[in-house]
Design a protein around this ligand. Structure first.
Ligand SMILES: *[C@@H]1O[C@H](CO)[C@@H](O)[C@H](O)[C@H]1NC(C)=O
Length: 369
């Protein structure tokens, strides 16, 4: 056969093939069309069609598998810490009646301080808001101080913690604060720093809106997004949680504090803090939000010196729970309030106090509204 013949034969064969293909394709598309139409008809007739339930079953399987793997991952990442917790009951308080009325005596107020600040920070507190909660407020420090022990009617507690401002010392004090609260019969644990002014009646009224027999973690974060840390376990998985800034003050209900005991009481707060290597308030958030899965309730009326105090409007002051101050270089971050001369009242706590409680004997004038 000639080359040409070959080509011809080939081309003929090719066209035959094309013809065959076309027929097959036509048949196929007819079949597909038919199948599709019948599927449509089938689906429209059987409303709770099997197709749908199969999809959701499959979804369920995927979800189950996902959850299973997630739980497995979580379990694997559980360190001794979480292991010790899982043995206790997590269930929240049930069937609690209407919250009983809250009085000042239901609140345990702790103030964290250190020996270097006794002289400069405690006198203004003792002169102002401490007078409204003398029996309920305790100062947690790191030394014996007879002078202030007397001035506070024996309300100075020497934690025996280091006076340095490092993580371990801070967690050590928080640990003693927490244990001291547990040893009382108070319904609320409220922590503040020695640069806080606490609006005591407002705090009590505020707590009255919550039931101490339920789990409450009340405070204010100072970051815009939850903190993300990488846990140091084998899996090095990310852990995300919110925490209330210690410098703004925060409160815990007794019910929540009791649930925290396996990882936070009898000094365990320190070892927990050591494990995640983060400060006291962050450790608190880690325990409550991550380990116990109880959310932080954001309360805007708590204020730390990390936020500009000047933004607290005068007509909002009465509604706020805590205030703070800071001196950054030569700038004072203080509440803008009229009253005493700045030389005499640089952090504005005296003026703030007289604005809120003009009946105090050192307040010169009644405030104008
Ligand atoms: C601190 O140490 C003293 C003397 O050892 C002790 O009496 C006191 O109970 C300790 N305080 C705390 C909070 O453990």
């Amino acid at each position: 056969m000639s080359k040409e013949g070959e080509t011809v034969v080939y081309s003929i064969d090719h066209s035959k093939m094309n013809l065959k293909h076309r027929k097959v394709l036509q048949t196929l598309s007819c079949a597909v069309l038919l199948a599709y139409t019948s599927l449509l008809v089938y689906q429209s007739f059987s409303r709770s069609g099997r197709g749908l339930s199969q999809i959701s079953k499959k979804d369920n399987q995927i979800l189950k598998k996902y959850n299973y793997e997630r739980n497995l991952a979580q379990e694997q990442s559980l360190n001794e810490l979480e292991g010790s917790y899982s043995s206790t009951e997590i269930s929240s308080a049930t069937a609690t009646a209407k919250p009983p009325t809250t009085t000042l005596d239901d609140v345990f107020i702790s103030v964290k301080t250190t020996r270097n600040y006794h002289g400069s920070r405690l006198p203004i507190i003792l002169k102002t808001w401490f007078q409204l909660a003398k029996k309920q407020t305790w100062f947690f420090t790191d030394t014996e101080d007879q002078d202030f022990q007397q001035k506070t009617n024996g309300h100075m507690i020497n934690t025996n913690c280091s006076s340095s401002h490092n993580r371990k010392a801070l967690c050590c004090k928080m640990s003693v604060e927490f244990d001291t609260f547990l040893s009382t019969d108070k319904k609320w644990f409220c922590h503040f720093d020695d640069d806080n002014y606490v609006n005591v009646p407002r705090l009590v009224r505020f707590l009255g809106d919550y039931n101490p027999r339920e789990d409450w973690y009340l405070g204010k974060p100072s970051i815009q997004a939850p903190l993300e840390i990488v846990s140091k376990d084998k899996k090095s998985q990310k852990v995300r949680f919110w925490f209330a800034t210690g410098g703004a003050g925060f409160c815990l209900s007794r019910a929540l504090a009791l649930k925290m005991m396996p990882v936070a009481s009898d000094g365990k707060f320190i070892s927990t803090g050591e494990k995640i290597r983060l400060p006291d308030d962050v450790t608190m958030g880690y325990i409550i939000e991550h380990l116990l899965k109880k959310p932080l309730t954001v309360v805007d009326q708590f204020h730390s010196h990390l936020e500009p105090m000047k933004f607290i409007r005068r007509d909002m002051i009465e509604d706020q729970i805590s205030f703070s101050y800071a001196k950054i270089k030569d700038e004072w971050n203080v509440v803008r309030i009229e009253g005493f001369d700045e030389k005499y009242d640089q952090n504005r706590f005296l003026s703030l106090h007289c604005f809120l409680f003009p009946q105090f004997n050192f307040c010169p004038t009644r405030r104008k509204r």
